[in-house]
Ligand binder design. Structure first.
Ligand SMILES: [Zn+2]
Length: 253
């Protein structure tokens, strides 16, 4: 995969270059990494997102996000890091590294297993309602856990375990809200070893307890045309959470 760094923020690109060079990106496609001077955006009720990733093939599901990158050129995958993320560059480059490597893991999933990306996105967007607010933290979804592990592993591979732990400890201490404190505490405790099972399998297991409710919400969205992802890409809602998948998708470990 070829990549370009667009740097309207005018920041030092050392960290971004280092992370991109150490990343195992898929072979095909063009990646744009945008270092943006703008504040972390809130999109579709979520965020603010210090970093985000959009795949061109799924752009109709995230038009607001795609529009952030289009002025800078053409891309198949786009990753943005915003001012609040770039501010970490000098004092906590370990955390900026984590943020970029987290987004790059999303690039790998969207490029190599787009079926898993789509399923994950659908579970991610509906699990709070489907679980009756039992699952309110979207970072708990398997794809986010995987990206957090990948981000932490990359930071450790570049800086070593102790500086990464120290940065997360300092960020936890400095956190100005309970949820941010919890987030850094969670990242500190997280074992960065990748999971042995595929993301698709983990996502189906994760959604299984709420399957009836997810099927119902997805079907309603399909009927009303309110979700571009379901509208354009899902033909058989009932099969989405079948394990193993009924559509015969290959399992990659
Ligand atoms: Zn993420």
């Amino acid at each position: 995969m070829s990549y370009v760094i667009e740097n309207p923020a005018g920041v030092d690109t050392t960290v971004a270059e280092q992370v991109l060079q150490s990343a195992r990106l898929p072979e095909d496609g063009r990646l744009m990494v945008l270092l943006s001077p703008k504040h972390a955006p809130s999109l579709g009720g979520g965020g603010p997102y210090l970093g985000l990733m959009v795949a061109d093939r799924f752009r109709h599901c995230a038009p607001g996000a795609a529009g952030i990158f289009d002025p800078f050129g053409e891309w198949d995958y786009a990753v943005g890091l915003f001012q609040e993320a770039l501010d970490y560059q000098h004092d906590h480059p370990e955390y900026l590294t984590f943020l970029l490597a987290h987004e790059l893991d999303h690039v790998v999933v969207a490029a190599e297993t787009p079926e898993d990306w789509m399923l994950s996105d659908l579970v991610h967007n509906y699990v709070r309602d489907a679980s009756g607010d039992e699952i309110v933290d979207h970072a708990a979804t398997p794809e986010e856990v995987q990206a957090d592990k990948a981000g932490k592993a990359t930071a450790i591979s570049i800086y070593g375990p102790d500086p990464v732990d120290e940065t997360l400890r300092q960020l936890e201490l400095a956190a100005d809200t309970g949820s941010r404190r919890q987030r850094f505490r969670y990242l500190r405790a997280l074992d960065p070893t990748p999971d042995a099972t595929s993301l698709g399998t983990r996502t189906r297991h994760f959604g299984a307890p709420f399957r009836d409710q997810l099927d119902k919400l997805w079907s309603e969205a399909k009927t009303s045309g309110s979700d571009p992802m379901i509208d354009a890409l899902v033909t058989d809602i009932e099969a989405l959470l079948d394990d193993p998948p009924r559509s015969g998708g290959e399992e990659n470990g």
